[in-house]
Design a protein around this ligand. Sequence first.
Ligand code: SF4
Ligand code: FES
Length: 342
Amino acid sequence: MELIKITFDGIEVEVEPGTTILQAARKIGGDVVPPAMCYYSSLKGSGGKCRACLVKVTQGSAKDPRPMPKLVASCITGVQDGMVVENTLSQDVLDTRKAVVEFLLLNHPLDCPVCDQAGECDLQNFAFEHGASATRYQEERRTFDKIDIGPYVQLHMTRCILCYRCVFTADQLTSKRVHGVMKRGDAAEISTYISKSVEGEYYGNIIDVCPVGALTDKTFRFKNRVWFTKPVDAHRDCDKCSGKVVLWYRGDEVLRVTARRNAYNEVERESFICNTCRFEKKNTSDWVIEQPRAISRTSVISQNHYLGNLQKPDFQLKVAERDYKAIDDTHPKLVEYKVNKE
Ligand code: SF4
Ligand code: FES
């Protein structure tokens, strides 16, 4: 097959026809790869919902060198021979991405301190890397009650960014899908039809694909912060799935079991795991331990897992020292508080 050539952020790369711009960028790898909140390479039909992956096409193709008039979603736009694309090199893209973060946060609560997904949340990383430092938003966010969907999964719709990944997972991995997106516009919500639970041997994977903390594992909820746990690769003979997982330990206890994710935080198609491995095998004796899981050094989960190369937060300590103020015991508010307490 004849390969086609595109230039992405000044780097030339050859890819097969039919490749999307995002996949071409992933072939280059590193910092030039656009972020993705809804695209998931192992789920057919995903992408095109969140606009996190917008890029600027400054030359459509060698045959027709006109630029594309608007920024395009790189996860659903196919490459053309001679195409020139800008991501980190374009100020337009960086500014628009800031706006996309702001848009995704319109209805997303800032409850990271109590969210199980904190530390491995795609939206948290996206906002940290691309968002503005302050919010302009004053309106009330929409809220929903938490719903148990099935014995193992809880849906906290308030945190959902409507990426549809869980819908595709349930559709493509389980035999009977009973949940989807109901209603439209700002009333849209993920829901199970007439409160039925999600069924099927693979539905637990909706937890792994959810980029935020909207779908959480009821066997792990509030048990620990992910950065205090130690991830370990392990496998078992399973007649339903590959049986290859990551065990998340605190001390000797397996707190949760997840599928293995790649560098883009995605589970490859053959690596999705069954509910038995995920929810019912929580003893070390159920597994053959392989090795500690390699986690990106920039992830908060890696913090304090690397010995001998610890960086002291010098700058933060200096700021804390500079800003230190002794507590004034005579402050009227403190006196009032003490009196009320007694
Ligand atoms: S529940 Fe999670 S995976 Fe499903 S649409 Fe909402 S954010 Fe996406
Ligand atoms: S990742 Fe491309 S639109 Fe969401």
